[in-house]
Design a protein around this ligand. Structure first.
Ligand SMILES: Nc1nc2c([nH]c(=O)n2[C@H]2C[C@H](O)[C@@H](COP(=O)(O)OP(=O)(O)OP(=O)(O)O)O2)c(=O)[nH]1
Length: 130
């Protein structure tokens, strides 16, 4: 069986109802694809704490997380990821691109125009229907 990796991703919505999307760099795995910012949960770490830590590292800003929006298990070639999308709001700072090529705010109805990492596609579809 492939290794299972637990990943948290933030669905950060601003006051205009737009959602924060981040572009992976050419050097990362799944290069030049869009994702929701976040990362791997460390052993023993709570999912909300993990997401707050990842957002602080990646975007130099603070968030307040709320409910889990959805979970998706996706099999990549080398491992399987359990992707947990969690709703959040920015509480401090503006997102910076410490690790990504770009971050943008996007209206829900336009999310499908971006080229997403495969595990995120069902999440973008769910966001469109809510
Ligand atoms: N942050 C984030 N990662 C995602 C999403 N969808 C998805 O498949 N992933 C994958 C990419 C990575 O392999 C892994 C997250 O790991 P990470 O962001 O901590 O990155 P990493 O450098 O440790 O891992 P890697 O890119 O070398 O595989 O989950 C998503 O929406 N957000």
């Amino acid at each position: 069986m492939k290794k299972m990796v637990k990943v948290v991703a933030a669905i950060i919505e601003n006051e205009n109802g737009e959602i924060l999307c981040a572009l992976r760099t050419p050097e990362m795995s799944s290069p030049n694809r869009w994702e929701f910012p976040g990362g791997k949960v460390e052993p023993g770490e709570d999912i909300h704490t993990a997401l707050e830590r990842e957002i602080n590292e990646e975007l130099s800003c603070k968030i307040a997380t709320s409910e889990v929006f959805c979970e998706n298990v996706h099999e990549y070639e080398k491992y399987t990821i359990q992707l947990i999308a969690i709703k959040a709001k920015l509480t401090e700072g503006n997102p910076k691109t410490n690790e990504h090529s770009k971050v943008i705010w996007m209206a829900r109805e336009n999310l499908e125009s971006l080229k997403w990492v495969p595990a995120d596609v069902p999440i973008t579809e769910m966001l469109l229907n809510k």
